[in-house]
Write a protein that binds this ligand. Structure first.
Ligand code: CP
Length: 336
């Protein structure tokens, strides 16, 4: 158990040691047990968290706000348009000011080429912990909840567990890269064998893939890639079919400089892959007690069929969503 995490920023698990992360998981399991027993866990009495959302959220917003209430503190639910951010106030100034008034700052900013930089600028200038509620590169709270859910359903020894992170078709919106990127960085540190499947036009970022390979070497897990969804499902213990759009295969700089043209091409590429769905046929390719995970919101009927998502023997997506609360409370209790 590590006991000196007060003030530590939580932007990516990659900046946290395995021992520090294990402390987070121990704390999250303890908080989950106490939540079930309705025992008080007032670790943050009279403390304030400022949450700034540049985008919509259901799980993240409510796990953080409910979590702060349950810990005895208060969360301000802010959006950029409520603040002078909308008139161009710098992240540095926002961070200095809010960190003098409260005990933690949490931000969701998923704009490509901007979000992570915004959070890092705040972290350089805040006296209090800065937490990413999802940015253009990472979704660290989602990664924690995912791994906690894997521990609950597969045990703490995850060595050689086969987890498939697969691109899937969706037409709701172009989903960020941050969830699969966080998963491929984190899971192999716990000995997990990760297979990533995606159409060639929808890769993850190459710098993250390189980091994830290093994490796998050090952590005893493995990482492999395929352009074939069926192949990725074969023998998998856990499947995570989820759409991501990102900046496609263009690279972020080219994408941002030619956004309209790239978006049009990506839309046309997307329509080629409607068959990339997690359905009964594909689930049968996986191990016989395979589990389905998804960060949610799911695009039902596109990413995954209702039949699979609503099957209680297969789907653990609502445990995964609930664990956003317990892991959020663990990070806030330890760092604020
Ligand atoms: N999984 C997740 O981050 O959900 P929200 O976008 O609803 O917060």
């Amino acid at each position: 158990m590590v006991s000196n995490l007060k003030g530590k920023h939580f932007i990516t698990e990659d900046n946290w040691t395995k021992q520090e992360l294990d402390t987070v998981f121990e704390t999250a399991f303890d908080l989950k047990k106490k939540f079930a027993l309705e025992e008080p866990t007032r670790h943050l009495v009279d403390k304030t968290l400022f949450m700034i959302f540049f985008e919509q959220s259901t799980r993240t917003r409510n796990s953080m706000e409910a979590g702060m209430t349950q810990l005895g503190g208060h969360a301000h639910d802010l959006t950029a348009d409520k603040m002078q951010i909308s008139h161009g106030e710098a992240p540095k100034d926002t961070a200095i000011i809010l960190s003098r008034m409260g005990h933690g700052i949490a931000v969701r900013n998923c704009f490509y080429g901007i979000g992570l930089k915004y959070l890092e600028e705040m972290a350089r200038n805040s006296k209090r912990p800065i937490m990413s509620l999802q940015d253009d590169v990472y979704h660290p709270f989602q990664g924690l909840a995912d791994l906690m859910t894997i521990f609950e359903h597969r045990g703490r020894n995850t060595k050689k567990l086969k987890v498939t992170v697969s691109w899937a078709y969706a037409d709701t919106h172009s989903k960020p890269l941050s969830v699969p990127q966080t998963q491929i960085l984190l899971f192999p540190r716990y000995g997990i064998d990760v297979t990533v499947a995606n159409p060639p036009e929808f890769p993850l970022s190459s710098n993250i893939i390189e980091k994830a390979k290093l994490n796998a070497e050090k952590g005893g897990g493995s990482l492999k890639f395929t352009n074939n969804m069926d192949e990725a499902f074969e023998g998998a213990d856990i499947v995570i079919p989820k759409n991501w759009g990102g900046f496609g295969h263009y690279g972020v700089d080219h994408y941002l400089a030619n956004e309209a043209e790239c978006k049009a091409e990506m839309k046309s590429n997307l329509s080629k892959y409607k068959s990339w769905i997690c359905d009964d046929r594909r689930i049968k390719l996986a191990s016989k007690d395979v589990k389905l995970m998804h960060a949610l919101p799911a695009d039902r009927g596109n990413e995954v069929t209702d039949e699979i998502l609503d099957n209680p023997d297969i789907s653990i997506v609502f445990d995964e969503a609930e664990n956003r609360l317990h892991t959020a409370k663990a990070i806030m209790s330890l760092t604020m």
